[in-house]
Design a protein. Structure first.
Length: 162
């Protein structure tokens, strides 16, 4: 028995979009990020209202819109970081690397399925996407390690809770 789970992908990319929009709202400290997020969610809501069957299939339009906006946030944040002290630059680099490449992969998802590309090629595309995601996660870890790990002075302090 094979269970279809493609509808869960809709929750994933919308949740990812909301989470990343809130992240960049905190970095930019500007309300326009919420306006962009709201407009994109309304657009997706209209799409699902007009054609609910999209919910049960691969939604390349929704993925492309949300991931493109996240990539634009990241590029704008790099531009902003040129003018002064910026935080989360490793995370931002990972966002640009993963999301820009992911846009190309996921936006062409339906096309790839229709072109009858050999399974070996599909396997390599999937491996490349997984590798880029791993790099993204490593960059997040590096950012955490550099900025949020407990310092050695806290570990040697007898009054610390650890």
């Amino acid at each position: 028995m094979k269970t279809e789970n493609i509808f869960l992908f809709n929750y994933y990319f919308i949740g990812q979009f909301i989470f990343m929009s809130v992240f960049y709202k905190l970095l930019f400290d500007k309300k326009w990020v919420y306006y962009v997020m709201f407009a994109a969610l309304v657009l997706l809501g209209i799409q699902y209202t007009l054609d609910f069957s999209v919910f049960y299939s691969y939604n390349s339009f929704g993925v492309t819109i949300t991931q493109s906006i996240i990539a634009i946030y990241a590029l704008l944040y790099y531009y902003k970081s040129l003018s002064g002290n910026a935080s989360f630059l490793y995370v931002n680099a990972g966002v640009i690397l993963y999301f820009v490449s992911s846009i190309l992969f996921f936006a062409s998802g339906n096309l790839i399925l229709k072109l009858d590309i050999p399974s070996e090629t599909m396997k390599y595309i999937g491996i490349l996407n997984d590798l880029l995601y791993l790099i993204f996660v490593i960059l997040i870890f590096v950012e955490w390690y550099r900025n949020f790990r407990p310092s050695k002075s806290q570990n040697n302090n007898p009054n610390s809770l650890m």
